[in-house]
Structures are given as structure tokens and as C-alpha cells.
Design a protein around this ligand. Structure first.
Ligand code: ADP
Ligand code: MG
Ligand code: MG
Length: 896
């Protein structure tokens, strides 16, 4: 600091550089924000006494200030770097740029979160025509010196000077061909020396300037390249995809080189302290003898296993455990120390130089959801972490991978195309191109995949019937994607390479023509589309998964329910641990072929008498639906929403259907047409629907309430479990609506109880899905015994996902994308969340014991579940397949 202090002190001197090496470090693991993940962990490993080549980290603050000051590095940085470099020289005993005794360094990027989009590491920096000779002499190994030099020129030219790397690869290949050898390691010092000359020539030719000789210029070139890479298009895209803020910046690590390419007692490798795909507690990894850097992952030679246990059956390559038993033993000690220190599975990188082990990186290893669960449960059992920590470590959304049938990993597959992994799980079936055909074939017990350019609400019945959905257009929030996720069905969306020809009833992909009737398999977890039926395996919900869920259940406070309207949904929901049904829609119950006619008769009836006659036909069918669901739910609460959509949605639109209804209702077809135009809704979302229908046609809600109570009494009487019905009146905006309809429900209950000679528990409440209802919640709660927040409609009616935080909102408007129903947008933002808070407060003020819940896609979104916990809701309800996700997220919310 002495040099910088000589300057006029306009600003307090800042610390830009943190040194590490020789068993101590200025940084530590919890300084990731400042030092980046790599730098912080290098420092931590040093302090743990592990063998780490000395070096230093330039902070992320420097990168931030670089961008804030039109790409100028701050005053004092050069001096601090020189000082830190001097420390490294002293520790190693070499000098940077010294012809006889040169220090070589690596320059490594490293942000807070690991970011593959950024600059690749430059190794062996500090070599030029003079220092390479020194290195050769000193190591007494010219081959090694020139191997390092040619690697350096290639890497530096590629990542710093941006000369296309294929030039170098081509020359290397040509050289190997000329010398009639297969491996890099078989090239001699002279071969490599010649390559160096060729490489330099190509740089000169490509850039018009010679490759930099000055080691200072090399060092600063690489440091600046790391800063610049923070804003390269690859990094920008990666950040966007992973929600990493631009403001974080990256750190730069400069570190003394150790050499894995000095001969056969040298190596480089990577390892995981436990198996990252299964979680098994087995040290796992690969290494290469006489190699450097990324050779292991680059596939230059076939890497060898670290452990004898990791040798593939029949594999000839010897394990490190056999070849270098002493180094291996040390590595085992190191990994055990790291794992117990970090108390998590580590992903480590190391190099062996002349049988000495050097550690170059450690970080918490990425893992599959299955591995994450096994590791968490094992670590709790090993007393390494607490149950609470185990719970907190699992990303609830990742459980999705485990809750659907998955492709048998051992199966052969032919990939036709790749789209977006829109809804997880795998499915195989016959290709169909229309919803109608999907339904037809499914009725004959055939498994089908619905293939559409994109889907729309008219395709819903076909999507229901299909095992999975494939679209060639549309993103993660397209209709197909959102609906499929809600249904828990696999979906691959936006598979652009799939060229669909509806007329020809076929699609072309990967040069193959697939016709309707052919079989394909889709994997909604990866986006892959495959030829034929690829075998799948059912999800395993026992073992570690069940253990973890049990812990979550003992911690969480929120109850978890499911949205379910069929016996199958209800069964699935219970299997996944739902504690009730939070939304049972009743309109879908009217779409069955036999029912829709009675429904239409009811709609076109001239008067109440006609309507009642038609409703009488529907009553036994509804009663049967509810009885089945009550039986499956065995005394758990079931929230049933009375009829919600506008009536015109039920009307026929083909001539043949109109004829049929006219006949059944004994009216003229003109009458049907008139009725249809009468019922036409200007605004189908807010028009004559929901409780407004109940107000004008009370006999509809009366029939539904009767069906519910009769079913509940029957189930109760037959001792098939007691039923708890929560009757939900939709779309209320005015407290009077609810008063009137609650009375209707209560009166119906009383008469049914009298007729049946028995009683059941029930509640009447409403869905809060209009901003006005949220604001009038205090008055509505005079009547409502519960609120369920219908956040899908509430989001739309609040224009809840306005894009005012994004520069792209004008583009959205142009695409008429005013409110996107995006299930991944959390409630905890102005607008919708605020209305929920207001409604919850006002509702409780009137009726302190009011039951509060949420249905709609947000009920299965972990961030929104945190919001629900904070806001004091009693339960969340989500699609059956998201119930385990919600259970875990609720436990995490309770731990916050
Ligand atoms: P990434 O972020 O892509 O993992 P790293 O900075 O870890 O990149 O560098 C990649 C590899 O380069 C390391 O795994 C290691 O093998 C090698 N490497 C980096 N620094 C050094 C060094 N100082 N000495 C020897 N090898 C190094
Ligand atoms: Mg690395
Ligand atoms: Mg609604």
C-alpha cells in the first residue's frame, strides 16, 4: 500500500487484491461476493492447510468499477497486483519474466456463481522465446517446456486475442499425422517447437501484430479479457437464463502454475466426493497422466478412473489408486477434509506434479434431484448436517424431475429433434395431429402423443386424452406448456426442427418422415423427441424421498391441498400427500358426451320449469361425481366451486350438434341460434358468469348444492368416510351476491339433511379473484367462512404481470402480450400480492377464524408459497403433481 499512499488521497485507498498461499490467505469462503466462488474457496483451502499453489484474487468490485468508469481500471490496482505477484514469486522462488528462472501463472475468471459463459482459463502465462528456454533448462525437460508454450499460445490467442482455435487444432492434427503418431504426448520437443513457430505465424497473419512477448502485456491482456468477458454475449445469455445480476461482476484469479504435463509421474484430474447422479457415497472421478488443465474433460485421451471401484467392468485403464497409490491416499484425505469442512458434496479439481498433489478448485457439486435427496438424507444420518439444513438444501422445483415416469437410462434411443423441456416426464405413444383423434384413440385405450404446431383452448380435451404433447412453436409459457404442467403431463414445446404438415398428417425431423399412427417418445425433462417407444421407469416415492418429505411435513405450518376434479386426480393427489382438495371445478363434469346434451337442454330452456327438468337429469350424475371424490378423500376437506364459466361455452357450434340439441329440447334450430347470440359474451372473462349466473338462475346452484349434500350424506351413511364440503361461490364482487347464494346453499342443505335424516359438516365461502372482491373482503367476510385466492384470474384482472420493470414492455404490447399467464412469476410483487395481503387483513378483521387458502398455479410455486406463509394463509392448493414440491417449499418457508 505504501506506493499508493504517496498519491494525493482524494479517495480512501481500497483493497483490490487478496493474496493466498503458504498455508494462509487474506480471503475466506464466505467472501464469495467479493472474491468470486473460485477465489474464495482457493483462499479457504489455503487456510485449511491444503496444498494450493500461491496466487491472488482481484475483487469483483474492481470489475464493477471498471464498467462504471468507461472501462478504466482503478488507480492503485497495478501497484497492488505487482505487490501480490512479488509475494507469489517469493513463495515459489521464481520470477515472472525471468529468463533463467521464470514464474508461470494461470489467469482464471470466477464470479459469485459458476458461469460457463465466461472467459476460459489461460494457463502457462509468462512464456516467451526466452523464458521457455529457461524452463526447459531448469526442468531438464524441453519437451515439457515446449508443450507448455504451445498450449499457452493456443489458449491465449483463442481467449484473449480471439483468433479462431480451429487454426491451432488443425496444425496440431497435421503435425501428428506427419509424425505418424496418435497422441499429443507422443510429439517430441522439436515437433512442439515447430508448432510454436507455426502458431505464432498464424497469429501474426490473423491479427497483423505479433504474439506479445512481454509477460506484463500478457498478464494485463488476460486480466482485461476476464473483465471484458463479463459482458460478452455468451455470459449475458447465461446470466439472463439463470437470473444472475449484471451488477455482480467477476473476480480474476492469478495463480502460480503447477504442471501435470511434466511426465508420467504427473497428472491432472477432477472428482466428486459423492456420486453426482445417484448421490451414492463413493468417491468418484477421472484423471489423465501427463496432461494439463481441461484435457480430462476435452476428450483428448480417454480419462482413467480414480478408484478401483470406479473402473468399468472390463475397462483396461488402471485407476489412480493403483498407479499412484500414495498420491491417491493423500487425495482421499483431502477430499474427506473438504467434505467435512464444507459439509456438502464437493466438486474438486487437482493436479499432480512429480507425485506431489496440488488442489486447484473446490465447490459444492451440482447434482441431480435424486442425488440431492440421497446426499441430504445421508448427511443428516451421518450427523454432518441437521434435518433443517437437509430440507433447505433441496430446490423444491427440482423434485419435478422425480415425480413423473422417466426414461429408462439403459434404453437405446434415436433422437429426432430437441425442443424446450416444457413439462417434465417422459411419454410414448401414437402420433396424432388433432385433439379429436387424440380423444378417439384414447377411448380405445391407445396411448397417444398430440403433435401440434401450437395448442389452444380447443385442444384441451385432446391434451387430456394424450400421454404427452409436442409442439413445434411456443415457449416455456406457451399454452401447451402451461396446460401440460397443470395436468402433470410431459410436454416438449417449441421443437422448431419438427416440420408439421397437417394436410399430409405427418411431420419431418432429422430427415425422417413420421406419419400419424407412428410411435414417438418425448422427454419433457430434456426436450428430446425420439423415434418409437423408449421404455420408461416409474417414479420411486419411497426410501429417501419419503424420509425427506416426512421431515418437511413435521416442520411446515401451511397445509397442502391439490386442485382435482376427477377421481384419478384425487387419487394422485393423495398419493403425493395432499391434505384435501383446494379446488374442485365442476364445469368439466358437464362436458361428457351424455351430459353435455342435458346441459344444453338446460341452457336453451324457455323458462325455469324447462331448466329444472334438464337439471334433474344432471343431478344424479353430479351426485355420483362428488360421492366418488368424497370417498377417495376420506374425511379430508374438499372445496367445490359451483358453476363458473359463461353459458355460451357449453353451446354447440356445429350444425349437427345444434340439430341434436334442438331435437332433445324439442325446440327449433332457429331458437338455438337465437339463444346462442343472446348468450354471447362481449367479455367472457368478466361477463354474465360465476355467481352472476347463480343469481339469475338459482336453480343451477341449487341442483349443484343438492348433489353435493346428497352425496356427502350418502357417503357418511355408508360409512365410506365422512365428507367435509367447502362450497365455493366463484367471482363474487359484491357482498350481497354471496349473502343471497349462501342462503340458497344453506336452505338446500337443510332440506337435504331432513330428507336424508343425517347431517354433514360444510362451509360456504368464496373465491377472491377480482380486485374489487379483495378490497371489499371485510364485508364479504361477514358471510364467507373461507376465502380461496384464485390467483390466475386475480393476476389477469389486476393486470398483475405488467412489464413495467422491463424495457421489453412495448414489444410485449405489440405482440398483444398484455398479461401473460406465467406460472413462474411469484406473488411477492406489487399488484396481486398486495391485494391478497389487503384481503387477508380485512377478512380476518371481520372474521378472525376465517380460513384462507390459495388455488391457481401460484400454489405450486416455491417463491409464492413463501409469500403465502408470510401472509398468514392456512393452505396452498396446487396441481397434484406439484404437491411434494409444495410440501418441501412450505417447510422451507417455515424455516425462514
Ligand atoms: P473453470 O472455471 O472452467 O473450471 P479453471 O480456472 O478452474 O476453469 O481452470 C481449468 C483448469 O485449468 C483447472 O481445473 C486446472 O486443471 C487448470 N489450472 C488452472 N489453474 C492452474 C494452475 N495454477 N496450475 C495448474 N493447472 C491449473
Ligand atoms: Mg475449474
Ligand atoms: Mg375464475
Amino acid at each position: 500500500m505504501s506506493k499508493t499512499n504517496l498519491k494525493p488521497a482524494t479517495q480512501p485507498a481500497s483493497k483490490f487484491v487478496y493474496s493466498f498461499g503458504d498455508g494462509s490467505a487474506e480471503g475466506k469462503a464466505d467472501m464469495k461476493n467479493l472474491l468470486g466462488g473460485k477465489g474464495a474457496n482457493l483462499a479457504e483451502m489455503c487456510s485449511l492447510g491444503l496444498p494450493v499453489p500461491p496466487g491472488f484474487t482481484i475483487t469483483t468490485d474492481v470489475c464493477v468499477s471498471y464498467y462504471a468508469n468507461s472501462k478504466q481500471i482503478p488507480d492503485g490496482l497495478k501497484e497492488q497486483v505487482a505487490e501480490a505477484l512479488a509475494k507469489v514469486e517469493k513463495a515459489v522462488g521464481n520470477k515472472f519474466g525471468d529468463a533463467a528462472n521464470p514464474l508461470l501463472v494461470s489467469v482464471r475468471s470466477g464470479a459469485r456463481a459458476s458461469m460457463p459463459g465466461m472467459m476460459d482459463t489461460v494457463l502457462n502465462l509468462g512464456l516467451n522465446d526466452k523464458t521457455v528456454e529457461g524452463l526447459a533448462k531448469k526442468s531438464n525437460n524441453p519437451r515439457f517446456a515446449y508443450d507448455s508454450y504451445r498450449r499457452f499460445i493456443q489458449m491465449y490467442s483463442d481467449v484473449v486475442l480471439e483468433v479462431d482455435h480451429y487454426h491451432f487444432e488443425e496444425m496440431l492434427e497435421r503435425k501428428k499425422h506427419e509424425r505418424k503418431v496418435e497422441l499429443d504426448t507422443e510429439l517430441t520437443a522439436d515437433d512442439l517447437k515447430d508448432l510454436v513457430t507455426q502458431y505464432k505465424d498464424v497469429v501474426k497473419k490473423e491479427l497483423g501484430n505479433p504474439f506479445p512477448d512481454s509477460v506484463e502485456e500478457q498478464l494485463w491482456g488476460a486480466i482485461m479479457a476476464v473483465f471484458n468477458s463479463w459482458m460478452n454475449p455468451r455470459a449475458n445469455t447465461y446470466r439472463k437464463l439463470h437470473d444472475i445480476p449484471e451488477s455482480w461482476g467477476t473476480a480474476v484469479n492469478v495463480q502460480a502454475m503447477v504442471f501435470g504435463n511434466m511426465g508420467d509421474d504427473c497428472a491432472t484430474g477432477v472428482a466428486f466426493t459423492r456420486n453426482p447422479s445417484t448421490g451414492e457415497k463413493l468417491f468418484y472421478g477421472e484423471y489423465l497422466v501427463n496432461a494439463q488443465g481441461e484435457d480430462v474433460v476435452a476428450g483428448i485421451r480417454t480419462p482413467q478412473p480414480l478408484t478401483i471401484a470406479g473402473k468399468e467392468t472390463g475397462g483396461e485403464l488402471p485407476a489412480m489408486e493403483e498407479v499412484m497409490p500414495d498420491v491417491f491416499k493423500e487425495l482421499v484425505k483431502v477430499y474427506q477434509k473438504l467434505e467435512s469442512h464444507y459439509r456438502d458434496m464437493q466438486d474438486i479439481e487437482f493436479t499432480v506434479q512429480n507425485r506431489k498433489l496440488w488442489m486447484l478448485q473446490t465447490r459444492n457439486g451440482k447434482r441431480t434431484a435424486a442425488a440431492a435427496i440421497k446426499i441430504a438424507v445421508d448427511m443428516v444420518n451421518e450427523k454432518l448436517i441437521t434435518k433443517e439444513e437437509g430440507i433447505k438444501r433441496i430446490d423444491p422445483s427440482s423434485l419435478d424431475q422425480l415425480l413423473h415416469p422417466t426414461l429408462d437410462p439403459k434404453a437405446q434411443k434415436t433422437i429426432l429433434a430437441k425442443g424446450l423441456p416444457a413439462s417434465p416426464g417422459a411419454a410414448s405413444g401414437t402420433v396424432v395431429f388433432t385433439a379429436e383423434e387424440a380423444e378417439d384413440r384414447a377411448q380405445h385405450k391407445e396411448k397417444v402423443i398430440l403433435v401440434r404446431i401450437e395448442t389452444s383452448p380447443e385442444d384441451i380435451h385432446g391434451m387430456h386424452a394424450a400421454q404427452g404433447i409436442l409442439t413445434s412453436r411456443g415457449g416455456m409459457t406457451s399454452h401447451a406448456a402451461v396446460v401440460a404442467r397443470g395436468m402433470g403431463k410431459p410436454c416438449v414445446s417449441g421443437a422448431g426442427e419438427v416440420r408439421i404438415d397437417y394436410k399430409a398428417q405427418s411431420f419431418v425431423a432429422a430427415g425422417k418422415t413420421i406419419k400419424a399412427g407412428d410411435h414417438i417418445t418425448i422427454n419433457g425433462s430434456t426436450g428430446e423427441v425420439m423415434l418409437g417407444d423408449v421404455p420408461t421407469v416409474q417414479p420411486q416415492l419411497s426410501g429417501d424421498f419419503a424420509t425427506l418429505m416426512g421431515w418437511a411435513d413435521s416442520i411446515r405450518q401451511l397445509k397442502i391441498r391439490a386442485n382435482a376434479e376427477t377421481p384419478l386426480d384425487a387419487t394422485t393427489a393423495r398419493k403425493f400427500g395432499a391434505e384435501g382438495i383446494g379446488l374442485c371445478r365442476t364445469e368439466h363434469m358437464f362436458f361428457d358426451a351424455e351430459r353435455i346434451i342435458a346441459m344444453r337442454e338446460m341452457i336453451v330452456a324457455k323458462d325455469e320449469k324447462g331448466r329444472k327438468a334438464a337439471l334433474a337429469k344432471l343431478l344424479p350424475m353430479q351426485r355420483k361425481d362428488f360421492a366418488e371424490i368424497f370417498q377417495i378423500m376420506e374425511g379430508l376437506p374438499v372445496t367445490i366451486r359451483l358453476l363458473d364459466p359463461p353459458l355460451h361455452e357449453f353451446l354447440p357450434n356445429t350444425e349437427a350438434d345444434m340439430q341434436e340439441v334442438a331435437k332433445a329440447a324439442n325446440v327449433s334450430i332457429d331458437m338455438i341460434r337465437n339463444r346462442a347470440s343472446e348468450l354471447h359474451e362481449q367479455n367472457p372473462m368478466l361477463g354474465h358468469r360465476g355467481c352472476r349466473l347463480g343469481v339469475t338462475y338459482p336453480e343451477i346452484y341449487e341442483m349443484q348444492a343438492r348433489a353435493i349434500f346428497e352425496a356427502a350424506c350418502d357417503v357418511e351413511k355408508q360409512k365410506k368416510g365422512s365428507a367435509i364440503a367447502e362450497i365455493m361461490i366463484p367471482l363474487v364482487m359484491n357482498p350481497k351476491e354471496l349473502q343471497m347464494l349462501k342462503k340458497l346453499v344453506d336452505d338446500t342443505a337443510q332440506s337435504v339433511f331432513k330428507e336424508k335424516g343425517t347431517k354433514v359438516e360444510y362451509m360456504v365461502g368464496t373465491m377472491i379473484e377480482l380486485p374489487r372482491a379483495a378490497l371489499r373482503a371485510g364485508d364479504i367476510a361477514q358471510t364467507a367462512e373461507f376465502f380461496s385466492f384464485g390467483t390466475n384470474d386475480l393476476t389477469q384482472t389486476t393486470l398483475g404481470i405488467s412489464r413495467d420493470d422491463s424495457a421489453s414492455f412495448i414489444e410485449d404490447y405489440k405482440k398483444k402480450n398484455i398479461v401473460e399467464q406465467d406460472p413462474f412469476v411469484t406473488l411477492d410483487q406489487e399488484g396481486v400480492g398486495e391485494l391478497i395481503k389487503i384481503a387477508a387483513e380485512r377478512g380476518k378483521a371481520t372474521r378472525p377464524a376465517i380460513k384462507l387458502g390459495i388455488c391457481g398455479e401460484h400454489g405450486g410455486d416455491p417463491a409464492s408459497i413463501h409469500f403465502c406463509q408470510k401472509t398468514g394463509l392456512n393452505y396452498v392448493s396446487c396441481s397434484p403433481y406439484r404437491v411434494p414440491i409444495a410440501r418441501l417449499a412450505a417447510a422451507q418457508a417455515a424455516l425462514k
